[in-house]
Design a protein around this ligand. Structure first.
Ligand code: ATP
Ligand code: MG
Length: 420
Protein backbone atom coordinates (compact mmCIF):
# COMPACT_ATOMS: atom_id res chain seq x y z
CA UNK A 1 0.00 0.00 0.00
CA UNK A 2 1.44 3.32 -0.89
CA UNK A 3 1.04 7.05 -0.62
CA UNK A 4 0.09 9.19 -3.56
CA UNK A 5 1.50 12.69 -3.35
CA UNK A 6 1.14 15.97 -5.22
CA UNK A 7 3.29 15.80 -8.31
CA UNK A 8 1.83 12.41 -9.17
CA UNK A 9 -1.73 12.87 -7.99
CA UNK A 10 -2.49 15.20 -10.90
CA UNK A 11 -2.22 12.20 -13.23
CA UNK A 12 -4.77 10.35 -11.12
CA UNK A 13 -7.09 13.32 -11.06
CA UNK A 14 -6.80 13.64 -14.82
CA UNK A 15 -7.84 10.00 -15.34
CA UNK A 16 -10.64 10.21 -12.78
CA UNK A 17 -11.91 13.48 -14.23
CA UNK A 18 -12.03 12.06 -17.76
CA UNK A 19 -13.90 8.99 -16.50
CA UNK A 20 -16.49 11.05 -14.62
CA UNK A 21 -17.11 13.24 -17.61
CA UNK A 22 -17.16 10.50 -20.24
CA UNK A 23 -19.18 7.96 -18.22
CA UNK A 24 -21.68 10.73 -17.53
CA UNK A 25 -22.10 11.15 -21.28
CA UNK A 26 -23.09 7.47 -21.46
CA UNK A 27 -25.64 7.97 -18.67
CA UNK A 28 -23.73 6.37 -15.81
CA UNK A 29 -24.28 7.70 -12.29
CA UNK A 30 -21.65 7.31 -9.57
CA UNK A 31 -22.13 4.93 -6.62
CA UNK A 32 -19.94 4.80 -3.53
CA UNK A 33 -20.14 1.65 -1.46
CA UNK A 34 -18.37 0.91 1.86
CA UNK A 35 -14.73 -0.26 1.90
CA UNK A 36 -15.73 -3.39 3.81
CA UNK A 37 -18.56 -5.84 3.23
CA UNK A 38 -19.79 -9.07 4.74
CA UNK A 39 -17.23 -11.71 3.70
CA UNK A 40 -20.02 -13.98 2.48
CA UNK A 41 -20.89 -11.51 -0.28
CA UNK A 42 -17.57 -12.11 -2.02
CA UNK A 43 -17.57 -15.85 -1.35
CA UNK A 44 -21.00 -16.20 -2.97
CA UNK A 45 -20.29 -13.98 -6.00
CA UNK A 46 -16.58 -13.84 -6.83
CA UNK A 47 -16.27 -17.52 -5.82
CA UNK A 48 -14.54 -19.51 -3.13
CA UNK A 49 -12.01 -21.10 -5.50
CA UNK A 50 -10.83 -17.86 -7.09
CA UNK A 51 -7.44 -16.43 -6.13
CA UNK A 52 -9.21 -13.29 -4.99
CA UNK A 53 -11.36 -15.01 -2.37
CA UNK A 54 -9.14 -18.01 -1.68
CA UNK A 55 -5.87 -16.14 -1.15
CA UNK A 56 -6.07 -12.41 -1.51
CA UNK A 57 -8.79 -11.01 0.74
CA UNK A 58 -8.16 -8.93 3.85
CA UNK A 59 -10.66 -10.65 6.12
CA UNK A 60 -11.19 -9.82 9.79
CA UNK A 61 -13.77 -10.14 12.54
CA UNK A 62 -15.26 -6.92 13.82
CA UNK A 63 -16.07 -6.40 17.49
CA UNK A 64 -19.54 -7.86 16.95
CA UNK A 65 -17.99 -11.09 15.73
CA UNK A 66 -18.99 -10.60 12.07
CA UNK A 67 -16.57 -11.60 9.36
CA UNK A 68 -15.87 -8.59 7.15
CA UNK A 69 -13.56 -8.23 4.17
CA UNK A 70 -12.03 -5.15 2.63
CA UNK A 71 -13.56 -5.08 -0.82
CA UNK A 72 -11.32 -6.83 -3.37
CA UNK A 73 -13.47 -5.67 -6.30
CA UNK A 74 -16.45 -3.45 -6.98
CA UNK A 75 -19.02 -5.55 -8.82
CA UNK A 76 -20.31 -7.54 -5.84
CA UNK A 77 -20.70 -4.46 -3.58
CA UNK A 78 -22.54 -2.61 -6.35
CA UNK A 79 -24.85 -5.61 -6.86
CA UNK A 80 -25.46 -5.76 -3.12
CA UNK A 81 -26.42 -2.07 -3.15
CA UNK A 82 -28.65 -2.58 -6.20
CA UNK A 83 -30.50 -5.39 -4.42
CA UNK A 84 -30.65 -3.61 -1.06
CA UNK A 85 -32.20 -0.49 -2.58
CA UNK A 86 -34.53 -2.51 -4.85
CA UNK A 87 -33.39 -0.45 -7.82
CA UNK A 88 -35.07 -2.84 -10.27
CA UNK A 89 -38.45 -1.66 -8.96
CA UNK A 90 -37.56 1.92 -9.80
CA UNK A 91 -36.19 1.65 -13.34
CA UNK A 92 -35.72 -1.08 -15.94
CA UNK A 93 -32.17 -0.14 -16.88
CA UNK A 94 -29.55 1.17 -14.48
CA UNK A 95 -26.08 2.40 -15.33
CA UNK A 96 -23.67 2.88 -12.44
CA UNK A 97 -19.97 3.61 -12.21
CA UNK A 98 -17.62 3.65 -9.26
CA UNK A 99 -14.03 4.52 -8.55
CA UNK A 100 -11.93 3.93 -5.48
CA UNK A 101 -9.55 1.66 -3.65
CA UNK A 102 -9.72 -2.14 -3.71
CA UNK A 103 -7.67 -4.46 -1.51
CA UNK A 104 -5.96 -7.72 -2.39
CA UNK A 105 -3.14 -9.41 -0.58
CA UNK A 106 -0.87 -9.92 -3.59
CA UNK A 107 2.85 -9.95 -4.13
CA UNK A 108 3.88 -6.34 -4.78
CA UNK A 109 5.49 -5.54 -8.10
CA UNK A 110 5.09 -3.00 -10.86
CA UNK A 111 1.41 -2.52 -11.53
CA UNK A 112 0.40 -4.83 -8.68
CA UNK A 113 -0.36 -3.41 -5.26
CA UNK A 114 -2.28 -4.41 -2.15
CA UNK A 115 -4.34 -1.27 -2.12
CA UNK A 116 -5.02 -0.44 -5.74
CA UNK A 117 -7.65 1.63 -7.48
CA UNK A 118 -10.33 0.71 -9.91
CA UNK A 119 -12.68 2.62 -12.12
CA UNK A 120 -15.56 0.40 -13.06
CA UNK A 121 -19.08 0.42 -14.40
CA UNK A 122 -22.10 -1.86 -14.30
CA UNK A 123 -25.17 -1.86 -16.52
CA UNK A 124 -28.19 -3.69 -15.09
CA UNK A 125 -31.36 -4.74 -16.83
CA UNK A 126 -30.38 -5.51 -20.43
CA UNK A 127 -29.34 -8.96 -21.57
CA UNK A 128 -28.70 -7.81 -25.12
CA UNK A 129 -25.34 -7.79 -26.88
CA UNK A 130 -25.97 -4.11 -27.60
CA UNK A 131 -25.36 -3.40 -23.90
CA UNK A 132 -22.04 -5.27 -24.00
CA UNK A 133 -21.03 -3.38 -27.14
CA UNK A 134 -22.03 -0.01 -25.69
CA UNK A 135 -19.95 -0.70 -22.62
CA UNK A 136 -16.87 -1.70 -24.61
CA UNK A 137 -17.37 1.42 -26.71
CA UNK A 138 -17.25 3.46 -23.51
CA UNK A 139 -13.93 1.85 -22.50
CA UNK A 140 -12.51 2.38 -25.99
CA UNK A 141 -13.53 6.05 -25.91
CA UNK A 142 -12.04 6.36 -22.43
CA UNK A 143 -8.69 4.91 -23.52
CA UNK A 144 -8.86 7.20 -26.55
CA UNK A 145 -9.44 10.25 -24.36
CA UNK A 146 -6.42 9.19 -22.30
CA UNK A 147 -4.47 8.97 -25.57
CA UNK A 148 -3.38 5.45 -24.71
CA UNK A 149 -2.51 3.44 -27.77
CA UNK A 150 -1.53 -0.19 -28.26
CA UNK A 151 -4.31 -1.59 -26.13
CA UNK A 152 -5.96 -4.72 -27.51
CA UNK A 153 -9.49 -5.81 -26.75
CA UNK A 154 -9.69 -9.57 -26.11
CA UNK A 155 -13.09 -11.17 -26.34
CA UNK A 156 -14.57 -14.52 -25.39
CA UNK A 157 -17.84 -16.17 -24.44
CA UNK A 158 -18.10 -18.59 -21.54
CA UNK A 159 -21.59 -19.81 -22.42
CA UNK A 160 -24.39 -20.13 -19.90
CA UNK A 161 -26.02 -22.73 -17.66
CA UNK A 162 -27.36 -24.54 -20.73
CA UNK A 163 -24.08 -25.12 -22.52
CA UNK A 164 -21.38 -24.75 -19.92
CA UNK A 165 -21.90 -28.18 -18.29
CA UNK A 166 -20.90 -29.98 -21.49
CA UNK A 167 -17.80 -27.84 -21.81
CA UNK A 168 -17.02 -28.39 -18.12
CA UNK A 169 -17.27 -32.14 -18.51
CA UNK A 170 -14.96 -32.09 -21.51
CA UNK A 171 -12.51 -29.80 -19.72
CA UNK A 172 -12.41 -32.01 -16.62
CA UNK A 173 -11.86 -35.08 -18.76
CA UNK A 174 -9.00 -33.33 -20.53
CA UNK A 175 -7.46 -32.04 -17.29
CA UNK A 176 -7.70 -35.50 -15.70
CA UNK A 177 -5.57 -36.82 -18.54
CA UNK A 178 -2.98 -34.10 -17.82
CA UNK A 179 -3.24 -34.23 -14.05
CA UNK A 180 0.45 -34.83 -13.43
CA UNK A 181 1.48 -31.68 -15.33
CA UNK A 182 -0.69 -29.40 -13.16
CA UNK A 183 0.35 -27.49 -10.05
CA UNK A 184 -1.03 -28.57 -6.66
CA UNK A 185 -3.64 -25.78 -6.69
CA UNK A 186 -4.88 -26.82 -10.10
CA UNK A 187 -5.13 -30.48 -9.10
CA UNK A 188 -7.64 -29.29 -6.53
CA UNK A 189 -9.31 -26.70 -8.78
CA UNK A 190 -9.86 -29.40 -11.38
CA UNK A 191 -12.35 -31.00 -8.98
CA UNK A 192 -13.84 -27.86 -7.43
CA UNK A 193 -13.84 -25.32 -10.27
CA UNK A 194 -12.08 -26.45 -13.47
CA UNK A 195 -12.44 -23.10 -15.27
CA UNK A 196 -10.02 -21.66 -12.72
CA UNK A 197 -7.22 -23.82 -14.15
CA UNK A 198 -7.40 -21.69 -17.29
CA UNK A 199 -6.68 -18.63 -15.17
CA UNK A 200 -3.64 -20.13 -13.36
CA UNK A 201 -0.49 -18.02 -13.66
CA UNK A 202 1.78 -21.11 -13.61
CA UNK A 203 3.39 -21.51 -17.10
CA UNK A 204 2.99 -25.32 -17.21
CA UNK A 205 -0.67 -25.06 -16.29
CA UNK A 206 -1.08 -22.37 -18.93
CA UNK A 207 0.46 -24.65 -21.55
CA UNK A 208 -1.91 -27.45 -20.59
CA UNK A 209 -4.86 -25.06 -20.70
CA UNK A 210 -3.86 -23.70 -24.11
CA UNK A 211 -4.09 -27.13 -25.71
CA UNK A 212 -7.40 -27.97 -24.03
CA UNK A 213 -10.95 -27.88 -25.37
CA UNK A 214 -12.19 -24.63 -26.90
CA UNK A 215 -15.17 -23.17 -25.04
CA UNK A 216 -16.53 -21.54 -28.19
CA UNK A 217 -17.09 -24.93 -29.81
CA UNK A 218 -19.51 -25.78 -27.01
CA UNK A 219 -21.75 -22.69 -27.13
CA UNK A 220 -25.47 -23.41 -27.40
CA UNK A 221 -27.49 -21.66 -30.09
CA UNK A 222 -28.61 -18.63 -27.99
CA UNK A 223 -25.09 -18.07 -26.63
CA UNK A 224 -23.62 -18.38 -30.10
CA UNK A 225 -26.17 -15.87 -31.43
CA UNK A 226 -25.35 -13.45 -28.60
CA UNK A 227 -21.63 -13.71 -29.30
CA UNK A 228 -22.11 -13.25 -33.07
CA UNK A 229 -24.40 -10.30 -32.48
CA UNK A 230 -21.82 -8.69 -30.20
CA UNK A 231 -19.06 -9.06 -32.76
CA UNK A 232 -21.26 -7.58 -35.46
CA UNK A 233 -22.05 -4.61 -33.26
CA UNK A 234 -18.40 -4.03 -32.41
CA UNK A 235 -17.70 -3.95 -36.13
CA UNK A 236 -20.50 -1.41 -36.63
CA UNK A 237 -18.90 0.73 -33.91
CA UNK A 238 -15.49 0.38 -35.56
CA UNK A 239 -14.02 -1.40 -32.52
CA UNK A 240 -11.17 -3.79 -33.18
CA UNK A 241 -10.92 -6.96 -31.11
CA UNK A 242 -9.41 -10.42 -31.06
CA UNK A 243 -11.29 -13.53 -30.00
CA UNK A 244 -9.38 -15.39 -27.31
CA UNK A 245 -11.10 -18.68 -26.36
CA UNK A 246 -8.72 -19.28 -23.40
CA UNK A 247 -9.65 -16.13 -21.56
CA UNK A 248 -11.88 -16.87 -18.55
CA UNK A 249 -11.06 -14.01 -16.12
CA UNK A 250 -10.38 -14.40 -12.43
CA UNK A 251 -13.94 -14.28 -11.09
CA UNK A 252 -16.62 -16.95 -11.07
CA UNK A 253 -19.69 -14.89 -11.80
CA UNK A 254 -19.38 -14.47 -15.56
CA UNK A 255 -21.78 -15.89 -18.14
CA UNK A 256 -21.45 -15.41 -21.90
CA UNK A 257 -19.36 -12.33 -22.71
CA UNK A 258 -15.99 -11.76 -21.09
CA UNK A 259 -13.43 -9.21 -22.26
CA UNK A 260 -10.05 -7.79 -21.36
CA UNK A 261 -8.10 -4.76 -22.46
CA UNK A 262 -4.43 -5.63 -22.69
CA UNK A 263 -1.69 -3.04 -23.13
CA UNK A 264 1.55 -3.93 -24.83
CA UNK A 265 3.86 -1.61 -22.95
CA UNK A 266 7.07 -2.86 -21.31
CA UNK A 267 6.46 -0.52 -18.35
CA UNK A 268 3.71 -2.81 -17.11
CA UNK A 269 5.73 -6.03 -17.26
CA UNK A 270 3.42 -8.97 -16.71
CA UNK A 271 0.73 -6.70 -15.26
CA UNK A 272 -0.44 -5.81 -18.74
CA UNK A 273 -4.21 -6.13 -18.33
CA UNK A 274 -5.50 -2.61 -17.84
CA UNK A 275 -9.08 -3.68 -17.47
CA UNK A 276 -11.63 -6.36 -17.99
CA UNK A 277 -15.17 -7.35 -17.47
CA UNK A 278 -18.05 -9.39 -18.65
CA UNK A 279 -21.66 -10.34 -18.37
CA UNK A 280 -23.06 -11.83 -15.17
CA UNK A 281 -26.72 -12.59 -15.80
CA UNK A 282 -27.10 -15.01 -12.88
CA UNK A 283 -25.28 -13.22 -10.10
CA UNK A 284 -28.09 -11.02 -8.79
CA UNK A 285 -30.38 -13.98 -8.37
CA UNK A 286 -27.57 -16.01 -6.83
CA UNK A 287 -27.18 -13.29 -4.21
CA UNK A 288 -30.85 -13.54 -3.33
CA UNK A 289 -31.85 -10.57 -5.48
CA UNK A 290 -34.10 -10.18 -8.52
CA UNK A 291 -33.45 -11.99 -11.79
CA UNK A 292 -31.71 -9.06 -13.48
CA UNK A 293 -29.06 -9.48 -16.21
CA UNK A 294 -25.95 -7.35 -15.95
CA UNK A 295 -22.66 -6.55 -17.58
CA UNK A 296 -19.71 -4.66 -16.13
CA UNK A 297 -16.03 -3.91 -16.26
CA UNK A 298 -13.23 -2.57 -14.07
CA UNK A 299 -10.07 -0.78 -15.11
CA UNK A 300 -6.92 -0.67 -13.02
CA UNK A 301 -6.30 3.01 -12.36
CA UNK A 302 -2.75 2.34 -11.13
CA UNK A 303 -1.84 0.76 -14.45
CA UNK A 304 -3.49 3.51 -16.50
CA UNK A 305 -1.47 6.06 -14.53
CA UNK A 306 1.74 4.09 -15.14
CA UNK A 307 1.08 4.19 -18.88
CA UNK A 308 0.24 7.86 -18.76
CA UNK A 309 3.46 8.54 -16.87
CA UNK A 310 5.40 6.73 -19.59
CA UNK A 311 3.85 9.02 -22.19
CA UNK A 312 5.72 11.91 -20.52
CA UNK A 313 2.66 14.16 -20.44
CA UNK A 314 2.26 16.34 -17.37
CA UNK A 315 -0.90 17.56 -15.77
CA UNK A 316 0.34 19.87 -13.03
CA UNK A 317 -0.84 23.47 -13.25
CA UNK A 318 1.73 25.94 -11.93
CA UNK A 319 0.64 29.16 -10.20
CA UNK A 320 -0.35 32.08 -12.40
CA UNK A 321 1.43 34.48 -10.11
CA UNK A 322 3.92 34.67 -7.28
CA UNK A 323 3.42 37.65 -5.00
CA UNK A 324 6.70 38.84 -3.47
CA UNK A 325 7.01 41.40 -0.68
CA UNK A 326 9.61 44.16 -1.00
CA UNK A 327 9.47 45.47 2.55
CA UNK A 328 8.22 44.44 5.98
CA UNK A 329 5.43 47.05 5.88
CA UNK A 330 3.87 45.53 2.75
CA UNK A 331 3.42 42.04 4.18
CA UNK A 332 -0.28 42.44 5.04
CA UNK A 333 -1.08 44.18 1.76
CA UNK A 334 0.56 41.29 -0.13
CA UNK A 335 -1.41 38.71 1.86
CA UNK A 336 -4.61 40.63 1.06
CA UNK A 337 -3.70 40.93 -2.64
CA UNK A 338 -3.04 37.19 -2.89
CA UNK A 339 -6.35 36.51 -1.16
CA UNK A 340 -8.27 38.77 -3.55
CA UNK A 341 -6.65 37.24 -6.66
CA UNK A 342 -7.44 33.71 -5.47
CA UNK A 343 -11.05 34.79 -4.91
CA UNK A 344 -10.99 36.00 -8.51
CA UNK A 345 -10.00 32.53 -9.68
CA UNK A 346 -6.23 32.75 -10.03
CA UNK A 347 -3.61 30.34 -8.74
CA UNK A 348 -1.38 32.42 -6.52
CA UNK A 349 1.72 31.50 -4.55
CA UNK A 350 3.04 33.65 -1.71
CA UNK A 351 5.80 32.97 0.81
CA UNK A 352 4.15 33.42 4.20
CA UNK A 353 7.57 33.39 5.86
CA UNK A 354 8.48 36.74 4.29
CA UNK A 355 12.28 36.97 4.15
CA UNK A 356 14.58 38.77 1.73
CA UNK A 357 13.38 39.65 -1.74
CA UNK A 358 16.20 37.56 -3.14
CA UNK A 359 15.06 34.43 -1.33
CA UNK A 360 11.46 35.08 -2.35
CA UNK A 361 12.52 35.38 -6.00
CA UNK A 362 14.24 32.01 -5.68
CA UNK A 363 11.00 30.56 -4.37
CA UNK A 364 9.10 32.20 -7.22
CA UNK A 365 11.44 30.54 -9.72
CA UNK A 366 10.97 27.17 -8.08
CA UNK A 367 7.21 27.49 -7.90
CA UNK A 368 6.99 27.54 -11.68
CA UNK A 369 4.76 30.63 -11.52
CA UNK A 370 4.39 32.37 -14.85
CA UNK A 371 4.66 35.88 -13.38
CA UNK A 372 5.95 37.53 -10.27
CA UNK A 373 4.63 40.75 -8.83
CA UNK A 374 6.76 42.59 -6.27
CA UNK A 375 4.68 44.58 -3.81
CA UNK A 376 6.39 47.32 -1.82
CA UNK A 377 5.65 50.76 -0.49
CA UNK A 378 5.99 52.36 -3.95
CA UNK A 379 3.40 50.00 -5.49
CA UNK A 380 1.03 50.48 -2.58
CA UNK A 381 1.17 54.27 -2.89
CA UNK A 382 0.88 54.44 -6.67
CA UNK A 383 -1.51 51.51 -7.11
CA UNK A 384 0.72 50.44 -9.99
CA UNK A 385 2.96 47.37 -10.20
CA UNK A 386 4.81 45.21 -12.72
CA UNK A 387 4.18 41.64 -13.81
CA UNK A 388 7.57 40.06 -14.40
CA UNK A 389 7.39 37.06 -16.76
CA UNK A 390 9.50 34.33 -15.18
CA UNK A 391 10.42 32.88 -18.56
CA UNK A 392 12.12 36.19 -19.40
CA UNK A 393 10.96 39.17 -21.45
CA UNK A 394 9.68 42.62 -20.62
CA UNK A 395 7.74 43.32 -17.45
CA UNK A 396 4.11 44.33 -17.98
CA UNK A 397 2.95 47.45 -16.12
CA UNK A 398 -0.37 46.83 -14.42
CA UNK A 399 -2.75 48.62 -12.06
CA UNK A 400 -3.12 46.60 -8.83
CA UNK A 401 -6.87 46.52 -9.48
CA UNK A 402 -6.35 44.92 -12.92
CA UNK A 403 -3.95 42.10 -12.05
CA UNK A 404 -6.55 39.35 -12.38
CA UNK A 405 -7.82 40.68 -15.72
CA UNK A 406 -4.31 40.95 -17.14
CA UNK A 407 -3.26 37.50 -15.95
CA UNK A 408 -6.41 35.91 -17.33
CA UNK A 409 -5.71 37.49 -20.70
CA UNK A 410 -2.14 36.13 -20.54
CA UNK A 411 -3.49 32.65 -19.70
CA UNK A 412 -5.82 32.83 -22.66
CA UNK A 413 -3.03 33.95 -25.01
CA UNK A 414 -0.90 30.95 -23.94
CA UNK A 415 -3.79 28.54 -24.34
CA UNK A 416 -4.42 29.85 -27.85
CA UNK A 417 -0.76 29.63 -28.77
CA UNK A 418 -0.86 25.93 -27.77
CA UNK A 419 1.63 23.99 -25.68
CA UNK A 420 5.22 25.16 -25.79
P1 ATP B 1 -4.52 -9.86 -13.05
O1 ATP B 1 -4.73 -10.99 -14.01
O2 ATP B 1 -3.56 -8.81 -13.54
O3 ATP B 1 -4.26 -10.32 -11.65
P2 ATP B 1 -7.29 -9.66 -12.41
O4 ATP B 1 -7.95 -10.55 -13.38
O5 ATP B 1 -7.04 -10.15 -11.03
O6 ATP B 1 -5.92 -9.08 -13.02
P3 ATP B 1 -9.59 -7.97 -12.20
O7 ATP B 1 -10.07 -8.58 -10.97
O8 ATP B 1 -10.29 -8.23 -13.46
O9 ATP B 1 -8.04 -8.28 -12.36
O10 ATP B 1 -9.47 -6.38 -11.99
C1 ATP B 1 -9.59 -5.47 -13.09
C2 ATP B 1 -8.33 -4.66 -13.24
O11 ATP B 1 -7.89 -4.17 -11.99
C3 ATP B 1 -7.14 -5.44 -13.75
O12 ATP B 1 -7.20 -5.56 -15.14
C4 ATP B 1 -5.99 -4.58 -13.31
O13 ATP B 1 -5.77 -3.52 -14.20
C5 ATP B 1 -6.47 -4.06 -12.00
N1 ATP B 1 -5.89 -4.81 -10.89
C6 ATP B 1 -6.27 -6.01 -10.39
N2 ATP B 1 -5.51 -6.36 -9.34
C7 ATP B 1 -4.61 -5.36 -9.16
C8 ATP B 1 -3.56 -5.11 -8.23
N3 ATP B 1 -3.28 -5.95 -7.25
N4 ATP B 1 -2.85 -3.96 -8.36
C9 ATP B 1 -3.13 -3.08 -9.34
N5 ATP B 1 -4.10 -3.25 -10.23
C10 ATP B 1 -4.84 -4.36 -10.15
MG1 MG C 1 -5.39 -10.92 -10.01
Amino acid sequence: MRDLLPGEIELWQHVEGLARELFGRFGYGEVRTPMAEDTGLFVRSVGEETDIVGKEMYTFDDKGGRSLSLRPEGTAPAARAYIEHAINNKEPITRWFYMGPMFRYERMKTGRYRQFYQIGAEAYGSKEAAQDAEMMDMVVQFLGALELKDVTLNLNSLGDEACRPAYHAKLVEYLQAHREELCEDCKRRMETNPLRVLDCKNPTCQAVAAAGPNVLEFLCEPCRAHFDDLQRKLTVLGIKYVVNPRMVRGLDYYTRTVFEFIASHPALGTASTVGGGGRYDKMMKGLGGPDVPAVGFAMGLDRLVLLLKESGRTFTSPPDLFVAVADEGSQDAALALASRLRREGLRVDFDTRGGSLKSQMKRADKSGARFTLVLGEAERTSGQAKLKPMAGGDAIPVALDDVAKTLRAARLATAQAGPT
